[in-house]
Design a protein around this ligand. Structure first.
Ligand SMILES: *Cc1c(COP(=O)(O)O)cnc(C)c1O
Length: 362
């Protein structure tokens, strides 16, 4: 018998571990540390896709609707569950924000303490609010993400604290389930899968997920993986680490990705690519997603869409019908400062019917 019965009535989504237990390194004894992450929508593009040259069926895998607002939850449910199974009491990560939010939430759910190192001044407000609210021990380090990760590796190597960055293999296992969901929703694997690349864990995990379903005979093909880095933080494109990475997309402001080699292999095996998008292109896609699709994402999530737009204009996708999936990695509410900075201030009016009707030109 299963020691961990489903959380909800039959037919309800039970979270990544329970749903995909046959594909994950878990047993009945693995605690289900879940907030019912996963099962995110694959939204057909109604505006951006149809506006592109070629015959592109564009879909958005909207990971912003996960419990803490980013795809990091898929990996964190696994990482924290395994940490608890192994008797750990503390988790630790370096983070540009979303990993810390997820680590803090899942550690709280497991009754564990999360320690979080974040680069001083470069974490979006929503993410910091999450880590603090979930009771993590947050330390702002006078350095960038790469400095933070270096410190975390040293500490977790030498003290009884479990590393939950994407170097943790269980994170990757959990994150690959997003590829499973895409295949299940479409009924097949897409031709292309585009996403932003920061620490390069997610592009790797998707590829592993697609490969697993392909090897199991559950899909007949695998997509070409398209990764996009911000112009000021594009080590994989330049072929060398970036000393001082800079971009408005703070979630991918990383100069020396931990999963660089794995991601490079994923791109090569899939006949994919890693290219640059500028901050302007990222923000244009970000605004277009919100304004024409009704989908609010954080800036980093715009990178994949910006990249697909750029490639489409170059004729990269050809003239035949192709299915392209773009992962929208995080929710727009994560970074309210950016959203407000990019939009006009609301008009002001007295509480007077005539004035408002007149202002609206009705
Ligand atoms: C973590 C993150 C990324 C980058 O993913 P990697 O696995 O580090 O490449 C992109 N967007 C958002 C919103 C993220 O939180």
């Amino acid at each position: 018998m299963n020691a961990n019965p489903p959380l909800g009535p039959a037919g309800r989504w039970r979270g990544v571990i329970e749903e995909y237990q046959d594909f994950l390194p878990v047993t009945d004894k693995t605690p289900r540390v879940t907030l019912l992450e996963g099962n995110t929508p694959l939204i057909p593009s109604r505006s951006i896709g149809p506006s592109l040259p070629g015959r592109i069926q564009l879909y958005f895998k909207y990971e912003g609707v996960n419990p803490t607002g980013s795809f990091k939850d898929r990996g964190m449910t696994m990482a924290v569950a395994k940490a608890q199974e192994e008797g750990a009491q503390m988790t630790m990560c370096a983070s540009t924000g979303n990993t810390s939010a997820a680590a803090a939430a899942y550690s709280a759910a497991a009754g564990m303490t999360a320690i979080v190192l974040i680069p001083d001044g470069y974490v979006a407000l929503g993410k910091l609010a999450q880590a603090l609210s979930h009771g993590a021990r947050v330390i702002q380090v006078a350095g960038n993400f790469d400095d933070c990760l270096h410190l975390v590796r040293e500490i977790t190597d030498n003290y009884p604290v479990t590393l939950v960055n994407s170097l943790n293999p269980y994170r990757m296992e959990g994150q690959k389930t997003a590829a499973f969901e895409v295949c299940e929703t479409l009924g097949w694997a897409p031709d292309f899968h585009a996403l932003p690349v920061g620490n390069a864990g997610n592009i790797t995990a998707y590829w592993w997920g697609y490969c697993e379903y392909y090897e199991q005979g559950l899909v007949a093909s695998r997509p070409r993986m398209l990764g996009f880095q911000a112009a000021g933080a594009a080590p994989m494109v330049h072929g060398k680490p970036v000393e001082n990475p800079e971009t408005v997309a703070t979630a991918i402001r990383i100069g020396n990705p931990a999963r660089w080699q794995d991601a490079a292999q994923a791109v090569e095996e899939s006949d994919g690519l890693v290219q640059i998008v500028t901050d302007d292109e990222i923000l244009a896609a970000y605004s277009e997603l919100a304004g024409t699709e009704g989908i609010f994402v954080e800036p980093a999530s715009g990178a994949g869409v910006a990249g697909v737009k750029k490639l489409a204009v170059q004729g990269f996708f050809g003239d035949d019908p192709v299915t392209v999936v773009c992962t929208l990695t995080g929710h727009g509410l994560k970074d309210p400062d950016r959203a407000v900075a990019l939009t006009a201030e609301p008009d002001k009016a007295p509480a007077d019917l005539q004035t408002i009707v007149q202002m609206l030109g009705l």
